[in-house]
Design a protein around this ligand. Structure first.
Ligand SMILES: Nc1ncnc2c1ncn2[C@@H]1O[C@H](COP(=O)(O)OP(=O)(O)OP(=O)(O)O)[C@@H](O)[C@H]1O
Ligand SMILES: [Mg+2]
Length: 284
């Protein structure tokens, strides 16, 4: 299954979710490929030693026809492979401007290796240019990391409108795998902090609007999660007992539950549901 981890808003946790959900799925026994499709190369830096640059990158695969298999490298995490990102991805729109079938470059490139993996997680750049569109068209579904901050709700609405336009323009159906709330502040540190009140309000709005599309598992804001990439480690490796490590392990389990079971979504499901929200019912 190919998954686009997408949000055109920057800094919502796309890379963190791609890396740590990927590791979580691999730790649960699945073969996972992490595809770095951002010229910032954050996913690549999060799981690999930057002192030895990769021979080929996703840019070589997408733009120059290098077989994906030649670019894939192993990571330290068992069963987690990486298709590293490259700076040249920044020029994708320009390079592919006149190339026929340019929207399907990624789908065609991944096809020969797709059966080698249970999950291929594509970490998108914060845009809706040619690259994320390629990713949506290659993917079996898309996952939206969302940090509950000011304008997040509006950003999500415009992302889903853009996805709808792509569906109409390309005559395809794109499957929403879910919205993952990230960087949720733990209440015990700041019960009456305005930021926490704002977050709760945004989370409640997102849940009321998107119902069961919102993962029950939320990713807590945890310094261990932010620190791990500095040592090129996943949070499960760097701080296995941390809240962040537990959250990503729970996210991987819920992701499996959701992707193995056909969606039962209908209007009656559109009610808020129980979550691992970092504040209790009494606190709301
Ligand atoms: N659960 C978390 N706890 C603490 N820090 C986090 C958490 N999730 C993400 N961060 C930090 O927030 C920042 C943005 O996260 P990340 O890079 O995953 O977002 P992104 O959506 O991939 O950003 P971009 O749009 O630039 O690609 C990073 O510094 C990351 O370490
Ligand atoms: Mg990123």
């Amino acid at each position: 299954m190919i998954v686009a981890v997408i949000n055109n808003k920057g800094g919502t946790g796309k890379t963190t979710v791609s890396v740590n959900l990927g590791a979580g799925l691999a730790n649960l026994g699945h073969r996972v490929l992490l595809v770095d499709l951002d010229c910032q190369r954050s996913a690549t830096r999060s799981v690999s030693d930057s002192s030895t640059p990769p021979e080929f990158t996703s840019a070589d695969v997408l733009l120059h026809g290098i077989p994906a298999n030649d670019a894939v490298v192993q990571t330290r995490v068992r069963r987690l492979d990486l298709l590293p990102g490259g700076m040249e991805l920044a020029h994708t729109d320009l390079v592919l401007a006149d190339v026929p079938g340019r929207e399907n470059r990624l789908r065609d490139s991944l096809a020969p290796i797709a059966s080698s993996y249970d999950y291929i997680l594509c970490d998108c750049a914060p845009s809706l240019s040619m690259l994320p569109v390629n990713t949506l068209l290659a993917a079996d579904g898309y996952l939206v990391p969302l940090s509950p901050e000011h304008l997040a709700f509006e950003g999500l609405t415009s992302l889903l409108e853009a996805v709808h336009l792509i569906e109409e323009g390309m005559e395809v159906e794109l499957k929403m795998l879910g919205i993952v709330l990230t960087m949720v502040t733990q209440v015990r540190f700041s019960a009456f902090h305005p930021e926490v009140r704002d977050q709760r309000e945004i989370i409640a709005r997102v849940q009321a609007r998107y119902g069961t599309d919102v993962f029950r598992t939320m990713i807590t804001r945890d310094p261990a999660v932010a620190r791990a990439p500095a040592s090129a480690l996943t949070v499960a490796e760097a701080a296995p007992k941390s809240r962040g490590a537990r959250d990503f392990s729970a996210l991987a389990s819920e992701f499996l539950e959701r992707t193995h079971t056909p969606s039962q979504m209908n209007e009656s499901d559109m009610t808020p549901h129980s979550t691992n929200m970092p504040f209790g019912e009494d606190d709301r």
